[in-house]
Design a protein around this ligand. Structure first.
Ligand code: AMP
Length: 498
């Protein structure tokens, strides 16, 4: 096993000449920590239980050694059979893995195909009939074709469960169990998850045998390079705040793009339309769209034909867009764990990124859950012209009965303070598009000096309260290029030139 992963090169990992060339042509200079640890262990034949942050290079960590082993194993798959099965929670992730495999396998003679729902099964059935070296599949369609006797699991030598935590969230556990019960007992199994929960550990116990455990910062699920901020904002002001942030983000950079998360598919459609009508070209991507529409939207986004992609959680998994520097949680995620997956769409491949979360008074409990899960406090956005003092106060524990705000549906009408524009009616995320004027500028998180906050919340490093450091400071220095969104925000807030 490679212990010191910092100074490891791909050449140290016992990879074949062909794979080394593929890695070079993919532009990878040195292995990421998970690659440095997983590749030699997989080549040795060990099962793997890997916990790594999203965007850390997990795909190459499992794909490269498996491809090398398949290539050197030499035999062809029988009709309807396949030698390696990679299970992914979403079509987008399956697509992503498949395109990585196509890149890595340029010089190899390995076949692979994708099997997922939402598209015609005929080409998939045809590909499977011929036998494949690698199948990348989502569980539902795979089982469906198995039931139709279009495939056999008998030839599987390698099993990969990618983003296993997400598969559990999406209710795939029964499907995974059914699939595993059909696989040959003698196989090498690899399970990867971005987060480590008791459920994942239980699943791992039933799938991997005496695994090599690879834990890449399991207690710190969010990537360090993502500058994470929260904007307290009333629901009805979210669109205005979004427009403000997007225009700032894009004004000096023709290539700047942003990924925005909404809670509902309807909300995603509506928001994309609104933004487009405001002159910010946007597409929506969610589970109600056909696979080709989803792929089309993703391609337009990658080519910068649209500047904004509005997504729901399921569709966003697996989105890997180069130089995507800004993720916005327009709606706070319902599950704290989802936050990690959402913001992991930025700061890919060790680049910097920004994640901004909009938190309305109704979403304060969701923000609390996120902070508890990631074990850190989000910085307060300094220049939020639509600041909601109500939400800030609630977060600081100064206002409202927390029990009343556990879920958006439990929210009681709130009157806005000090010249706020709210009408007191509860609004869902979907009807938060009406124009309204900015409310007061923020004074700091909670509006004051951190009084009333829990001790753990008032650490100097967390930029809470008026006395704390400007939130964008460390990040601006880290970037070392032309001033970005946060630098400009900081400059505005402090009257300095960015
Ligand atoms: P993944 O976590 O597998 O989705 O990978 C995230 C991104 O990192 C993808 O764009 C990969 O192409 C890229 N990547 C993977 N491994 C490396 C590496 N060793 N060096 C640079 N980029 C990498």
């Amino acid at each position: 096993m490679v212990k010191d992963t910092k100074n490891v090169s791909f050449e140290d990992l016992h990879l074949s000449e062909d794979i080394l060339n593929a890695v070079k042509s993919a532009g990878y200079e040195k292995p990421s920590p998970i690659q440095a640890q997983a590749i030699p262990a997989i080549l040795e034949g060990r099962d793997i239980f890997g916990c790594a942050q999203t965007g850390t290079g997990k795909t190459a960590a499992f794909a490269l050694p498996i491809m090398q082993k398949l290539e050197s194993g030499g035999h062809y798959p029988k009709p309807k059979q396949f030698r390696a099965l990679i299970l992914a929670p979403t079509r987008e992730l399956a697509e992503q893995i498949s395109s990585n495999i196509a890149v890595y396998g340029k010089a190899l003679k390995l076949s692979h195909c994708k099997v997922y729902g939402g598209v015609s099964q005929n080409p998939q059935v045809k590909a499977l009939a011929a036998g494949q070296d690698i199948v990348i599949a989502t569980p539902g369609r795979l089982l469906d074709l198995f039931k139709q006797k279009k495939l056999s699991f008998e030839g599987v030598e390698y099993l990969v469960l990618d983003e296993a935590d997400r598969m559990l969230d999406m209710g795939f556990l029964p499907d995974i169990r059914k699939i595993c019960s059909q696989l040959p007992a003698k196989r090498q199994s690899l399970l990867f998850s971005a987060t480590l929960s008791p459920e994942i550990q239980l699943l791992a116990q039933s799938i991997v045998v005496n695994p090599q455990k690879i834990m890449i910062s399991p207690d710190k699920p969010t990537v360090d390079k993502i500058a994470q901020r929260v904007c307290f904002v009333e629901s009805e002001n979210k669109l205005n705040l979004l427009e403000h942030i997007l225009r700032e983000h894009m004004q000096d950079d023709d290539d700047a793009i942003a990924l925005i998360f909404t809670r509902t598919k309807h909300g995603a459609n509506k928001l994309a339309k609104k933004l487009s009508s405001m002159g910010i070209e946007a597409d929506a991507i969610h589970g109600n769209k056909s696979q080709s529409a989803r792929q089309g939207a993703l391609n337009r986004f990658k080519q910068r034909e649209s500047r904004v992609l509005v997504a729901t959680d399921i569709a966003a998994r697996g989105i890997d867009v180069k130089d995507m520097t800004l993720v916005i949680n327009y709606d706070m995620p319902e599950e704290a764990e989802t936050y990690v997956h959402r913001i992991g769409r930025t700061a890919r491949a060790e680049k910097n990124g920004e994640a901004v979360s909009f938190c309305s008074p109704q979403e304060v409990s969701l923000l609390r859950a996120v902070e508890k899960f990631i074990k850190k406090s989000l910085h307060l956005s300094l220049d939020n012209p639509f600041h909601s003092q109500i939400a800030a106060d609630m977060m600081a524990g100064k206002r409202g009965k927390v029990a009343d705000y556990q879920r958006p549906s439990a929210v009681k009408p709130q009157r806005r303070q000090g010249g706020g524009q709210g009408n007191g009616k509860r609004r869902s995320a979907d009807d938060s598009f009406g124009p309204s004027k900015p409310s007061r500028k923020p004074k700091g998180r909670g509006g004051q000096s951190g009084e009333g906050q829990k001790p753990s919340r008032s650490k100097p490093s967390s930029s809470r309260g008026a006395g704390s450091k400007p939130s964008g400071e460390s990040r601006g220095k880290a970037k070392g290029k032309k001033p970005g969104f946060w630098e400009k925000m900081k400059a505005k807030a402090f009257g300095k030139k960015a």
